[in-house]
Write a new protein. Structure first.
Lengths: 275, 279
Protein backbone atom coordinates (compact mmCIF):
# COMPACT_ATOMS: atom_id res chain seq x y z
CA UNK A 1 0.00 0.00 0.00
CA UNK A 2 2.83 2.29 0.96
CA UNK A 3 4.57 1.44 -2.31
CA UNK A 4 1.68 2.23 -4.66
CA UNK A 5 1.11 5.50 -2.87
CA UNK A 6 4.70 6.60 -3.48
CA UNK A 7 4.51 5.69 -7.17
CA UNK A 8 1.37 7.68 -7.84
CA UNK A 9 2.78 10.64 -5.92
CA UNK A 10 5.93 10.51 -8.06
CA UNK A 11 3.87 10.28 -11.25
CA UNK A 12 1.68 13.23 -10.41
CA UNK A 13 4.77 15.22 -9.50
CA UNK A 14 6.31 14.40 -12.89
CA UNK A 15 3.08 15.50 -14.62
CA UNK A 16 3.06 18.75 -12.70
CA UNK A 17 6.70 19.40 -13.64
CA UNK A 18 5.99 18.79 -17.34
CA UNK A 19 3.07 21.20 -17.20
CA UNK A 20 5.24 23.84 -15.55
CA UNK A 21 7.93 23.59 -18.22
CA UNK A 22 5.30 23.96 -20.98
CA UNK A 23 4.01 27.12 -19.36
CA UNK A 24 7.55 28.50 -19.32
CA UNK A 25 8.02 28.06 -23.09
CA UNK A 26 4.62 29.62 -23.74
CA UNK A 27 5.46 32.55 -21.44
CA UNK A 28 8.62 33.27 -23.39
CA UNK A 29 6.71 33.41 -26.70
CA UNK A 30 4.11 35.78 -25.20
CA UNK A 31 6.84 37.93 -23.68
CA UNK A 32 8.62 38.34 -27.02
CA UNK A 33 5.33 39.21 -28.77
CA UNK A 34 4.53 41.91 -26.21
CA UNK A 35 8.05 43.34 -26.51
CA UNK A 36 7.88 43.58 -30.33
CA UNK A 37 4.40 45.13 -30.14
CA UNK A 38 5.58 47.76 -27.65
CA UNK A 39 8.60 48.50 -29.87
CA UNK A 40 6.28 49.04 -32.85
CA UNK A 41 4.04 51.37 -30.80
CA UNK A 42 7.00 53.48 -29.65
CA UNK A 43 8.18 53.64 -33.28
CA UNK A 44 4.74 54.97 -34.35
CA UNK A 45 4.92 57.64 -31.65
CA UNK A 46 7.93 59.10 -33.53
CA UNK A 47 9.74 60.19 -30.36
CA UNK A 48 13.03 59.79 -32.25
CA UNK A 49 13.76 60.01 -35.98
CA UNK A 50 13.59 56.56 -37.70
CA UNK A 51 17.36 56.38 -38.23
CA UNK A 52 17.81 56.54 -34.44
CA UNK A 53 14.83 54.38 -33.58
CA UNK A 54 14.13 51.96 -36.45
CA UNK A 55 11.00 49.84 -36.77
CA UNK A 56 11.01 46.09 -36.02
CA UNK A 57 10.61 45.36 -39.74
CA UNK A 58 13.55 47.51 -40.88
CA UNK A 59 15.67 45.88 -38.15
CA UNK A 60 14.66 42.46 -39.46
CA UNK A 61 15.72 43.67 -42.94
CA UNK A 62 19.10 44.71 -41.56
CA UNK A 63 19.46 41.30 -39.95
CA UNK A 64 18.93 39.60 -43.33
CA UNK A 65 21.37 42.02 -44.97
CA UNK A 66 24.06 41.34 -42.34
CA UNK A 67 23.59 37.61 -42.77
CA UNK A 68 23.81 37.90 -46.59
CA UNK A 69 26.98 40.01 -46.39
CA UNK A 70 28.56 37.37 -44.13
CA UNK A 71 29.29 40.00 -41.48
CA UNK A 72 27.13 38.34 -38.88
CA UNK A 73 28.52 34.89 -39.62
CA UNK A 74 32.16 35.85 -39.20
CA UNK A 75 31.34 37.91 -36.10
CA UNK A 76 29.39 35.02 -34.61
CA UNK A 77 32.16 32.52 -35.35
CA UNK A 78 34.80 34.80 -33.81
CA UNK A 79 32.79 35.37 -30.68
CA UNK A 80 31.78 31.72 -30.23
CA UNK A 81 35.34 30.56 -30.72
CA UNK A 82 36.61 32.94 -28.02
CA UNK A 83 33.87 32.08 -25.55
CA UNK A 84 34.31 28.32 -26.01
CA UNK A 85 38.09 28.49 -25.54
CA UNK A 86 37.92 31.08 -22.77
CA UNK A 87 35.12 29.46 -20.80
CA UNK A 88 36.64 25.99 -21.29
CA UNK A 89 39.96 27.22 -19.91
CA UNK A 90 38.19 28.90 -16.99
CA UNK A 91 36.36 25.64 -16.19
CA UNK A 92 39.56 23.59 -16.20
CA UNK A 93 41.63 26.16 -14.28
CA UNK A 94 38.86 26.97 -11.80
CA UNK A 95 38.11 23.33 -11.04
CA UNK A 96 41.79 22.42 -10.73
CA UNK A 97 42.55 25.32 -8.41
CA UNK A 98 39.43 24.55 -6.35
CA UNK A 99 40.61 20.96 -5.87
CA UNK A 100 44.06 22.16 -4.82
CA UNK A 101 42.43 24.57 -2.37
CA UNK A 102 40.56 21.69 -0.74
CA UNK A 103 43.70 19.59 -0.57
CA UNK A 104 46.06 22.29 0.71
CA UNK A 105 43.97 23.91 3.42
CA UNK A 106 46.18 26.92 3.99
CA UNK A 107 46.32 27.70 0.28
CA UNK A 108 42.54 27.29 0.26
CA UNK A 109 41.98 29.85 3.00
CA UNK A 110 44.37 32.28 1.35
CA UNK A 111 42.80 31.99 -2.10
CA UNK A 112 39.33 32.09 -0.56
CA UNK A 113 39.72 35.56 0.87
CA UNK A 114 41.82 36.73 -2.06
CA UNK A 115 39.31 35.72 -4.69
CA UNK A 116 36.42 37.48 -2.96
CA UNK A 117 38.13 40.74 -3.88
CA UNK A 118 38.89 39.55 -7.39
CA UNK A 119 35.33 38.33 -7.96
CA UNK A 120 33.93 41.81 -7.43
CA UNK A 121 36.63 43.45 -9.57
CA UNK A 122 35.00 44.79 -12.78
CA UNK A 123 35.99 42.49 -15.61
CA UNK A 124 36.48 45.30 -18.14
CA UNK A 125 39.05 46.87 -15.83
CA UNK A 126 41.30 43.98 -16.91
CA UNK A 127 41.21 45.11 -20.57
CA UNK A 128 44.01 47.72 -20.43
CA UNK A 129 46.20 45.24 -18.56
CA UNK A 130 45.46 42.55 -21.15
CA UNK A 131 46.16 44.89 -24.08
CA UNK A 132 49.55 45.92 -22.69
CA UNK A 133 50.68 42.52 -21.47
CA UNK A 134 49.25 40.26 -24.16
CA UNK A 135 48.21 42.54 -26.97
CA UNK A 136 45.18 43.64 -28.96
CA UNK A 137 44.36 40.10 -30.09
CA UNK A 138 42.34 36.96 -29.42
CA UNK A 139 44.66 35.85 -26.62
CA UNK A 140 44.11 39.18 -24.87
CA UNK A 141 40.34 38.81 -25.08
CA UNK A 142 40.44 35.20 -23.94
CA UNK A 143 42.54 36.31 -20.99
CA UNK A 144 39.81 38.77 -19.98
CA UNK A 145 37.16 36.03 -20.31
CA UNK A 146 39.15 33.59 -18.18
CA UNK A 147 40.08 36.05 -15.45
CA UNK A 148 36.50 37.25 -15.04
CA UNK A 149 34.90 33.82 -14.80
CA UNK A 150 37.55 31.58 -13.23
CA UNK A 151 37.00 32.73 -9.66
CA UNK A 152 33.37 31.79 -9.39
CA UNK A 153 34.15 28.32 -10.74
CA UNK A 154 37.04 28.05 -8.31
CA UNK A 155 34.98 29.14 -5.32
CA UNK A 156 32.02 26.88 -6.11
CA UNK A 157 34.38 23.92 -6.55
CA UNK A 158 36.07 24.75 -3.26
CA UNK A 159 32.90 25.16 -1.23
CA UNK A 160 31.08 22.30 -2.97
CA UNK A 161 33.85 19.78 -2.32
CA UNK A 162 34.53 21.00 1.19
CA UNK A 163 30.89 20.67 2.19
CA UNK A 164 30.54 17.01 1.22
CA UNK A 165 28.31 15.63 4.01
CA UNK A 166 30.53 13.51 6.26
CA UNK A 167 27.93 10.72 6.35
CA UNK A 168 28.58 10.06 2.62
CA UNK A 169 32.32 9.87 3.26
CA UNK A 170 31.81 7.54 6.22
CA UNK A 171 29.48 5.27 4.24
CA UNK A 172 31.86 5.19 1.26
CA UNK A 173 34.91 4.45 3.43
CA UNK A 174 32.96 1.68 5.12
CA UNK A 175 32.45 0.16 1.66
CA UNK A 176 36.19 0.12 1.08
CA UNK A 177 36.44 3.24 -1.10
CA UNK A 178 40.02 4.41 -1.60
CA UNK A 179 41.03 8.08 -1.51
CA UNK A 180 41.09 8.63 -5.27
CA UNK A 181 37.73 7.00 -5.75
CA UNK A 182 36.36 8.87 -2.75
CA UNK A 183 37.13 12.05 -4.68
CA UNK A 184 35.74 10.92 -8.03
CA UNK A 185 32.79 8.81 -6.93
CA UNK A 186 31.61 10.67 -3.84
CA UNK A 187 32.96 14.21 -3.43
CA UNK A 188 32.54 15.39 -7.02
CA UNK A 189 29.01 14.00 -7.51
CA UNK A 190 28.02 15.27 -4.05
CA UNK A 191 29.29 18.73 -5.06
CA UNK A 192 27.51 18.66 -8.43
CA UNK A 193 24.67 21.08 -7.56
CA UNK A 194 27.24 23.63 -6.38
CA UNK A 195 29.54 23.01 -9.37
CA UNK A 196 26.74 23.54 -11.88
CA UNK A 197 25.39 26.71 -10.33
CA UNK A 198 28.96 28.03 -10.15
CA UNK A 199 29.48 27.25 -13.85
CA UNK A 200 26.18 28.90 -14.71
CA UNK A 201 27.17 32.09 -12.92
CA UNK A 202 30.65 31.96 -14.46
CA UNK A 203 29.12 31.61 -17.93
CA UNK A 204 27.26 34.86 -17.47
CA UNK A 205 30.40 36.63 -16.22
CA UNK A 206 32.39 35.24 -19.17
CA UNK A 207 29.78 36.38 -21.68
CA UNK A 208 29.62 39.92 -20.26
CA UNK A 209 33.39 40.16 -20.25
CA UNK A 210 33.83 38.89 -23.79
CA UNK A 211 31.32 41.28 -25.39
CA UNK A 212 32.82 44.17 -23.46
CA UNK A 213 36.38 43.22 -24.41
CA UNK A 214 35.41 42.83 -28.06
CA UNK A 215 33.93 46.33 -28.05
CA UNK A 216 36.97 47.89 -26.43
CA UNK A 217 39.48 45.89 -28.45
CA UNK A 218 37.72 46.25 -31.80
CA UNK A 219 37.57 42.59 -32.60
CA UNK A 220 35.79 40.74 -35.39
CA UNK A 221 32.95 39.58 -33.19
CA UNK A 222 29.49 40.52 -31.99
CA UNK A 223 30.90 43.16 -29.64
CA UNK A 224 32.84 44.61 -32.57
CA UNK A 225 29.72 44.78 -34.80
CA UNK A 226 27.82 46.44 -31.97
CA UNK A 227 30.49 49.06 -31.47
CA UNK A 228 30.92 49.73 -35.21
CA UNK A 229 27.14 50.23 -35.43
CA UNK A 230 27.27 53.10 -32.97
CA UNK A 231 30.39 54.59 -34.59
CA UNK A 232 28.63 54.73 -37.97
CA UNK A 233 25.24 55.77 -36.55
CA UNK A 234 23.69 52.50 -37.71
CA UNK A 235 21.07 51.84 -35.05
CA UNK A 236 19.73 48.88 -37.07
CA UNK A 237 23.05 47.13 -36.75
CA UNK A 238 23.29 47.97 -33.05
CA UNK A 239 19.88 46.44 -32.34
CA UNK A 240 20.58 43.35 -34.45
CA UNK A 241 23.81 42.66 -32.56
CA UNK A 242 22.11 43.31 -29.22
CA UNK A 243 19.39 40.79 -30.07
CA UNK A 244 21.92 38.17 -31.19
CA UNK A 245 23.98 38.71 -28.02
CA UNK A 246 20.85 38.41 -25.91
CA UNK A 247 19.70 35.29 -27.78
CA UNK A 248 23.02 33.47 -27.43
CA UNK A 249 23.18 34.24 -23.74
CA UNK A 250 19.64 33.00 -23.26
CA UNK A 251 19.99 29.89 -25.41
CA UNK A 252 23.21 28.82 -23.73
CA UNK A 253 21.71 29.32 -20.30
CA UNK A 254 18.43 27.57 -21.10
CA UNK A 255 19.71 24.72 -23.25
CA UNK A 256 22.87 23.96 -21.32
CA UNK A 257 23.00 25.20 -17.74
CA UNK A 258 19.33 25.27 -16.95
CA UNK A 259 18.90 21.74 -18.27
CA UNK A 260 21.91 20.45 -16.38
CA UNK A 261 20.69 22.10 -13.22
CA UNK A 262 17.17 20.75 -13.65
CA UNK A 263 18.49 17.27 -14.26
CA UNK A 264 20.55 17.35 -11.09
CA UNK A 265 17.70 18.89 -9.14
CA UNK A 266 15.24 16.23 -10.23
CA UNK A 267 17.64 13.36 -9.49
CA UNK A 268 18.37 14.81 -6.04
CA UNK A 269 14.72 15.64 -5.41
CA UNK A 270 15.38 19.34 -4.91
CA UNK A 271 12.35 20.31 -7.00
CA UNK A 272 9.76 18.80 -4.71
CA UNK A 273 7.02 21.24 -3.91
CA UNK A 274 6.63 21.87 -0.20
CA UNK A 275 4.00 19.63 1.41
CA UNK B 1 28.36 -10.64 34.70
CA UNK B 2 31.55 -9.40 33.17
CA UNK B 3 32.03 -9.03 29.41
CA UNK B 4 34.58 -11.80 29.16
CA UNK B 5 32.18 -14.53 30.25
CA UNK B 6 30.42 -15.98 27.26
CA UNK B 7 26.84 -17.21 27.55
CA UNK B 8 26.08 -20.74 26.39
CA UNK B 9 23.91 -19.86 23.37
CA UNK B 10 25.46 -20.74 19.98
CA UNK B 11 28.46 -21.89 21.93
CA UNK B 12 29.71 -24.11 19.11
CA UNK B 13 30.13 -21.28 16.62
CA UNK B 14 33.35 -19.43 15.87
CA UNK B 15 34.01 -16.19 17.74
CA UNK B 16 33.81 -13.80 14.85
CA UNK B 17 34.25 -10.57 16.78
CA UNK B 18 36.34 -10.18 19.91
CA UNK B 19 36.49 -6.90 21.79
CA UNK B 20 39.03 -6.90 24.60
CA UNK B 21 39.42 -4.19 27.21
CA UNK B 22 38.58 -1.48 24.67
CA UNK B 23 39.21 2.07 25.82
CA UNK B 24 38.49 5.35 24.07
CA UNK B 25 39.29 8.80 25.43
CA UNK B 26 38.33 12.12 23.84
CA UNK B 27 40.62 15.01 24.74
CA UNK B 28 38.59 17.63 26.59
CA UNK B 29 37.76 20.38 24.10
CA UNK B 30 37.77 22.92 26.95
CA UNK B 31 41.53 22.92 27.29
CA UNK B 32 44.52 20.97 28.53
CA UNK B 33 43.94 21.60 32.23
CA UNK B 34 40.49 19.97 32.09
CA UNK B 35 40.00 16.25 32.45
CA UNK B 36 39.72 14.19 29.28
CA UNK B 37 36.43 12.51 28.52
CA UNK B 38 36.54 8.74 28.87
CA UNK B 39 33.94 7.33 26.49
CA UNK B 40 34.66 3.61 26.63
CA UNK B 41 36.23 2.22 29.77
CA UNK B 42 37.54 -1.30 29.26
CA UNK B 43 34.78 -2.91 27.20
CA UNK B 44 35.11 -6.66 26.59
CA UNK B 45 32.70 -8.95 24.80
CA UNK B 46 32.56 -11.56 22.04
CA UNK B 47 30.13 -12.12 19.24
CA UNK B 48 29.80 -15.55 17.66
CA UNK B 49 29.10 -16.29 14.04
CA UNK B 50 25.41 -15.93 13.21
CA UNK B 51 24.55 -14.26 16.49
CA UNK B 52 22.23 -11.26 16.69
CA UNK B 53 23.54 -9.11 19.55
CA UNK B 54 21.96 -5.85 20.64
CA UNK B 55 23.59 -3.17 22.74
CA UNK B 56 21.42 -0.91 24.82
CA UNK B 57 22.39 1.96 27.07
CA UNK B 58 21.65 5.58 27.96
CA UNK B 59 22.21 8.22 25.27
CA UNK B 60 25.77 9.39 25.23
CA UNK B 61 27.07 6.10 26.62
CA UNK B 62 29.51 5.56 23.75
CA UNK B 63 27.51 3.01 21.77
CA UNK B 64 28.04 4.77 18.43
CA UNK B 65 31.72 5.27 19.21
CA UNK B 66 32.03 1.53 19.81
CA UNK B 67 30.53 0.72 16.39
CA UNK B 68 32.68 3.33 14.64
CA UNK B 69 35.76 1.74 16.19
CA UNK B 70 34.74 -1.78 15.15
CA UNK B 71 34.08 -0.48 11.62
CA UNK B 72 37.55 1.07 11.57
CA UNK B 73 36.14 4.59 11.15
CA UNK B 74 37.53 5.82 14.46
CA UNK B 75 40.73 5.11 16.37
CA UNK B 76 40.92 3.77 19.92
CA UNK B 77 43.27 4.27 22.82
CA UNK B 78 43.59 0.84 24.40
CA UNK B 79 42.62 -2.79 24.07
CA UNK B 80 41.98 -4.98 21.04
CA UNK B 81 39.30 -5.35 18.41
CA UNK B 82 39.65 -8.59 16.48
CA UNK B 83 37.42 -9.57 13.57
CA UNK B 84 37.80 -13.19 12.44
CA UNK B 85 41.33 -13.33 13.71
CA UNK B 86 42.52 -9.95 12.37
CA UNK B 87 43.08 -6.84 14.40
CA UNK B 88 40.93 -3.96 13.09
CA UNK B 89 43.07 -1.19 11.59
CA UNK B 90 41.46 1.26 9.22
CA UNK B 91 38.21 0.52 7.49
CA UNK B 92 37.87 -2.66 5.51
CA UNK B 93 34.97 -4.28 3.72
CA UNK B 94 34.66 -7.12 6.24
CA UNK B 95 32.34 -5.02 8.32
CA UNK B 96 29.34 -3.16 6.97
CA UNK B 97 27.70 -0.36 8.90
CA UNK B 98 24.12 0.86 8.70
CA UNK B 99 23.80 4.41 10.00
CA UNK B 100 20.87 6.13 11.66
CA UNK B 101 21.05 9.07 9.25
CA UNK B 102 20.23 8.75 5.59
CA UNK B 103 23.55 7.66 4.12
CA UNK B 104 22.36 6.78 0.60
CA UNK B 105 23.87 8.75 -2.27
CA UNK B 106 21.20 11.05 -3.75
CA UNK B 107 22.91 11.12 -7.16
CA UNK B 108 22.54 7.35 -7.64
CA UNK B 109 19.40 5.27 -8.01
CA UNK B 110 18.61 2.38 -5.67
CA UNK B 111 20.30 -0.17 -7.91
CA UNK B 112 23.53 1.84 -8.20
CA UNK B 113 23.54 2.66 -4.50
CA UNK B 114 23.42 -1.04 -3.62
CA UNK B 115 26.09 -1.83 -6.24
CA UNK B 116 28.39 1.02 -5.10
CA UNK B 117 30.58 -1.03 -2.77
CA UNK B 118 30.80 -3.89 -5.27
CA UNK B 119 32.02 -1.43 -7.90
CA UNK B 120 34.70 -0.17 -5.48
CA UNK B 121 35.71 -3.77 -4.99
CA UNK B 122 36.09 -4.22 -8.76
CA UNK B 123 33.21 -6.64 -9.34
CA UNK B 124 32.39 -6.62 -13.11
CA UNK B 125 29.32 -4.68 -14.15
CA UNK B 126 26.99 -7.57 -15.04
CA UNK B 127 27.82 -9.49 -11.92
CA UNK B 128 27.39 -6.56 -9.56
CA UNK B 129 24.08 -5.72 -11.23
CA UNK B 130 22.86 -9.24 -10.58
CA UNK B 131 24.09 -9.21 -6.99
CA UNK B 132 22.52 -5.82 -6.31
CA UNK B 133 19.16 -6.97 -7.72
CA UNK B 134 19.28 -10.01 -5.49
CA UNK B 135 19.72 -7.93 -2.33
CA UNK B 136 17.14 -5.37 -3.43
CA UNK B 137 14.74 -8.28 -3.77
CA UNK B 138 15.70 -9.52 -0.30
CA UNK B 139 14.51 -6.22 1.20
CA UNK B 140 11.43 -6.22 -1.04
CA UNK B 141 12.19 -3.15 -3.14
CA UNK B 142 12.53 -4.63 -6.64
CA UNK B 143 9.86 -2.23 -7.94
CA UNK B 144 11.99 0.70 -6.82
CA UNK B 145 15.36 -0.38 -8.24
CA UNK B 146 15.41 2.57 -10.64
CA UNK B 147 14.06 5.13 -8.17
CA UNK B 148 16.20 7.88 -6.73
CA UNK B 149 16.45 8.08 -2.98
CA UNK B 150 14.29 11.20 -2.60
CA UNK B 151 11.39 9.19 -3.98
CA UNK B 152 11.60 6.73 -1.07
CA UNK B 153 10.18 6.95 2.43
CA UNK B 154 12.46 6.85 5.47
CA UNK B 155 11.78 3.15 6.04
CA UNK B 156 12.46 2.28 2.40
CA UNK B 157 15.76 4.20 2.54
CA UNK B 158 16.89 2.15 5.52
CA UNK B 159 15.94 -1.05 3.68
CA UNK B 160 18.12 0.08 0.75
CA UNK B 161 20.93 0.82 3.21
CA UNK B 162 20.57 -2.70 4.62
CA UNK B 163 20.67 -4.17 1.10
CA UNK B 164 23.77 -2.08 0.37
CA UNK B 165 25.46 -3.35 3.53
CA UNK B 166 24.55 -7.00 2.87
CA UNK B 167 25.73 -6.76 -0.75
CA UNK B 168 29.28 -6.36 0.58
CA UNK B 169 28.84 -9.83 2.12
CA UNK B 170 30.40 -8.61 5.39
CA UNK B 171 31.48 -10.89 8.24
CA UNK B 172 29.62 -8.63 10.67
CA UNK B 173 26.76 -6.20 10.04
CA UNK B 174 26.85 -3.23 12.41
CA UNK B 175 23.63 -1.29 12.87
CA UNK B 176 23.69 2.07 14.64
CA UNK B 177 20.13 2.88 15.76
CA UNK B 178 18.99 2.23 12.19
CA UNK B 179 15.28 2.58 13.00
CA UNK B 180 15.67 5.46 15.46
CA UNK B 181 14.32 8.12 13.10
CA UNK B 182 11.30 6.11 11.89
CA UNK B 183 7.67 6.21 12.97
CA UNK B 184 6.33 3.43 15.19
CA UNK B 185 4.59 1.35 12.51
CA UNK B 186 7.46 1.48 10.02
CA UNK B 187 9.76 0.65 12.86
CA UNK B 188 7.78 -2.48 13.76
CA UNK B 189 7.75 -3.59 10.13
CA UNK B 190 11.50 -3.20 9.90
CA UNK B 191 12.05 -4.96 13.23
CA UNK B 192 10.19 -7.89 11.73
CA UNK B 193 12.08 -7.69 8.44
CA UNK B 194 15.53 -7.57 9.97
CA UNK B 195 14.74 -10.75 11.93
CA UNK B 196 13.62 -12.38 8.71
CA UNK B 197 16.79 -11.24 6.93
CA UNK B 198 18.87 -12.54 9.83
CA UNK B 199 17.19 -15.94 9.58
CA UNK B 200 17.61 -16.12 5.83
CA UNK B 201 21.19 -14.92 5.55
CA UNK B 202 22.55 -16.14 8.88
CA UNK B 203 24.48 -12.84 9.18
CA UNK B 204 26.17 -11.86 12.39
CA UNK B 205 24.55 -8.62 13.54
CA UNK B 206 25.63 -6.14 16.21
CA UNK B 207 22.77 -3.74 16.70
CA UNK B 208 22.88 -0.59 18.84
CA UNK B 209 19.73 1.07 20.16
CA UNK B 210 18.57 3.13 23.11
CA UNK B 211 15.14 1.48 22.90
CA UNK B 212 15.05 -1.35 25.46
CA UNK B 213 12.00 -2.99 23.85
CA UNK B 214 13.71 -3.04 20.48
CA UNK B 215 16.89 -4.47 21.99
CA UNK B 216 15.01 -7.30 23.70
CA UNK B 217 12.82 -8.02 20.66
CA UNK B 218 15.74 -8.37 18.26
CA UNK B 219 18.65 -9.75 20.23
CA UNK B 220 19.73 -13.29 20.97
CA UNK B 221 21.64 -11.43 23.61
CA UNK B 222 21.30 -7.91 24.99
CA UNK B 223 24.42 -6.16 26.26
CA UNK B 224 23.59 -3.32 28.62
CA UNK B 225 25.96 -0.37 28.89
CA UNK B 226 26.25 1.83 31.94
CA UNK B 227 26.10 5.61 31.64
CA UNK B 228 29.38 7.03 30.32
CA UNK B 229 32.20 6.20 30.65
CA UNK B 230 30.64 3.07 29.22
CA UNK B 231 31.19 -0.26 30.88
CA UNK B 232 29.22 -3.42 30.29
CA UNK B 233 26.83 -3.57 33.21
CA UNK B 234 24.86 -6.68 32.40
CA UNK B 235 24.11 -9.17 29.63
CA UNK B 236 20.75 -10.82 29.05
CA UNK B 237 20.16 -13.98 27.03
CA UNK B 238 16.92 -14.10 25.14
CA UNK B 239 16.21 -17.61 23.98
CA UNK B 240 12.87 -17.15 22.21
CA UNK B 241 11.62 -18.29 18.84
CA UNK B 242 11.60 -15.77 15.96
CA UNK B 243 10.06 -13.74 14.57
CA UNK B 244 9.23 -11.96 17.79
CA UNK B 245 7.43 -8.71 18.20
CA UNK B 246 7.56 -6.03 20.85
CA UNK B 247 4.30 -7.15 22.43
CA UNK B 248 5.43 -10.75 22.93
CA UNK B 249 4.41 -11.50 26.58
CA UNK B 250 7.48 -13.70 27.02
CA UNK B 251 9.64 -10.57 26.58
CA UNK B 252 7.88 -8.51 29.23
CA UNK B 253 9.96 -9.86 32.10
CA UNK B 254 13.31 -9.22 30.44
CA UNK B 255 12.27 -5.75 29.26
CA UNK B 256 11.20 -4.88 32.80
CA UNK B 257 14.48 -6.13 34.23
CA UNK B 258 16.58 -4.12 31.74
CA UNK B 259 14.51 -0.97 32.31
CA UNK B 260 14.87 -1.33 36.08
CA UNK B 261 18.61 -1.77 35.69
CA UNK B 262 18.85 1.28 33.40
CA UNK B 263 16.93 3.45 35.87
CA UNK B 264 19.57 2.67 38.45
CA UNK B 265 22.00 4.44 36.15
CA UNK B 266 21.52 7.83 37.74
CA UNK B 267 22.41 9.97 34.75
CA UNK B 268 22.27 13.23 36.66
CA UNK B 269 24.47 12.00 39.49
CA UNK B 270 27.18 11.09 36.99
CA UNK B 271 26.90 14.51 35.38
CA UNK B 272 27.27 16.18 38.75
CA UNK B 273 30.40 14.14 39.39
CA UNK B 274 31.83 15.25 36.08
CA UNK B 275 31.07 18.88 36.80
CA UNK B 276 32.65 18.53 40.20
CA UNK B 277 35.84 17.15 38.79
CA UNK B 278 36.13 19.99 36.30
CA UNK B 279 36.08 22.68 38.92
Amino acid sequence: MQQTKTTSAAESRARRERRQSLITAFDIAIGIAILVAAWQVVYWLRLWPPFLFPSPSSTAGEFVALVRAGTLESALLGTLWRIVIGFGLALALGFGTGVLMVHFKRFGRLMGSFSLGLQSFPSLAWVPFAILIIGLNDAGMIFVVVISSVFSIMMSTYSGLRNTPSIYLKAAKNMGTGNLSLFGSVMVPAAMPSLISGARQAWSFAWHALIGAEMLMGAIGLGGVLYAGSEFLKMNEVIVSMIVIFAIGLVADRLLFYRLEERVRSVWGLNRPIG
Amino acid sequence: MDGGVYPPILAGNERILQVRNLTKVYPNPGGADLEDLVVLDGISFDVREGEFVTIVGPSGSGKTTLLNIIAGLESYDGGDVVVSGHQVSGSGTDIAMIFQEDSLFPWLNVQDNVAFGLKQRGVPKDERGKMASQYIELVGLTKFAKSYTHQLSGGMKQRVAIARGLAMNPRVLLMDEPFGALDVLTRETLQYQIQEIHERTGKTILFVTHDVREAATLGDRVIMFSHGPAKIKEQYLIDLKRPRNVEDPALTGTIGAILKNLREEDVFATDKDNLGSRE
